[in-house]
Write a protein that binds this ligand. Structure first.
Ligand code: XIL
Length: 358
């Protein structure tokens, strides 16, 4: 039987054209099927417990075709003791992704937080820590070989001023821990597509310059790095600098690297009016415009599905409502803006041009 289609007019948000939606509020043509036509994976971060909620599982599996484990592949969870790995939760997520024909991006192989005490409480020599890093990366990437195609290999190595963050890895191994991590991941799965990932690195500035220099050096030395992730934990009250974003994407793409939008959320002050949801929608939509415009951007991942489980209220006091679905799984204007960009692309009507195109 043909599904009932109604038309939703978004009264408060004039830049968003009407969208056909089902009575359930999910569009008749899914977000993921539109995104596929633009060669973009649309994904979300999540945990196994979220999938136990039917509304969550339905919203996620019907609209998204990419999954990033929000926490369950981090060291503290997947490698709780030196001689013990726990793949149970990661395996559940991968099985769900396989059942629903989704790509998985593993997150994350090297980071400075969410590490187990056995790792952080010991004084390591450089050869010892290198061995631990090698064992960890080869065991985890090896376990998911052929199942997890993309990895955030190194996460958040730089400070805002472009200096190296003084992490355990940097203090003991120096900056070569990055090269080592990419090399180990590549050895464990030569088919895997490997990313450096960070926040506040989407525009131009000291931090993105430092990342650019480092990844350029690695590319030139033949280190197996294939892309850079922009986390994009943004604030609705700050306009996106499209010029800076375009400049940074351009220089990275000229190195032959892919770019992924890896952890998008756009937080809003708790006391802000509903108009702030329109500003938020504009940012979500514009980011999708960039992904459509640049073939080098083929992943658009939000850091969660619903405001109900977003990390934002817990980490940014006074902020929330950062995702595309509200706490009741209703599609927000952010979803509609992303959807409408993809819809126009699918009809051959996409016209956005970044302010700098080279
Ligand atoms: C966050 C998770 O969302 C939280 O549940 C957890 O308590 C802390 O980590 N950058 C990253 C992600 O790369 O791993 C972080 O995820 C958010 C910031």
């Amino acid at each position: 039987m043909k599904k009932t289609i109604t038309t939703l007019f978004v009264a408060t948000c004039s830049f968003i054209p009407p969208i056909a939606v089902q009575a359930s509020e999910l569009p008749a043509i899914s977000l993921k099927s539109l995104a596929k036509q633009s060669n973009i994976y649309v994904g979300a971060a999540l945990e196994t417990r979220h999938l136990k909620e039917p509304e969550f599982a339905k919203t996620f599996s019907s609209q998204f075709n990419q999954l990033t484990p929000e926490n369950e592949m981090k060291w503290v969870n997947i490698h709780p003791q030196r001689d013990r790995f726990d793949f149970s939760k990661g395996d559940e997520l991968v099985a769900f992704a396989q059942q629903h024909n989704m790509q998985v991006k593993g997150h994350t192989l090297v980071w400075h937080i969410q590490n187990p005490d056995w790792l952080t409480q010991k004084e390591w020599t450089a050869p010892e820590l290198e061995k631990v890093l090698e064992e960890h990366i080869k065991t985890v990437v090896g376990h998911y070989k052929g199942k997890v195609k993309y990895w955030d290999v190194v996460n958040e190595s730089f400070n805002e001023n472009g200096s190296y963050r003084e992490t355990l890895w940097y203090k003991v191994l120096g900056e070569r821990y990055l090269e080592l991590a990419f090399k180990f991941a590549h050895e464990a799965d030569p088919e895997a597509i490997l990313f450096y990932n960070d926040y506040n690195n989407e525009g131009m500035g000291a931090k993105s310059n430092a990342i650019y220099r480092k990844v350029k050096g690695m590319v030139e030395e033949g280190v197996p790095i294939h892309g850079v992730g922009f986390q994009l934990h943004l604030m609705g009250e700050h306009a996106l600098s499209e010029q800076d974003l375009a400049r940074n994407i351009n220089r990275l793409k000229h190195l032959g690297l892919k770019i992924h939008f890896t952890e998008i959320d756009v937080r809003i002050r708790d006391n802000a009016s509903h108009f702030s949801l329109d500003a938020q929608a504009r940012i979500f939509g514009r980011l999708m415009d960039f992904a459509i415009y640049y073939p080098e951007i083929d992943m658009y991942t939000t850091w969660g599905v619903t405001d109900k489980y977003s990390w934002v209220p817990g980490w940014f006091t006074g902020y929330g409502r950062a995702l595309m679905f509200d706490e009741n799984y209703q599609a927000k204007n952010a979803f509609k803006a992303v959807y409408s960009s993809l819809l126009s692309a699918s009809k051959g009507e996409f016209s956005y041009q970044p302010p700098i195109s080279q």
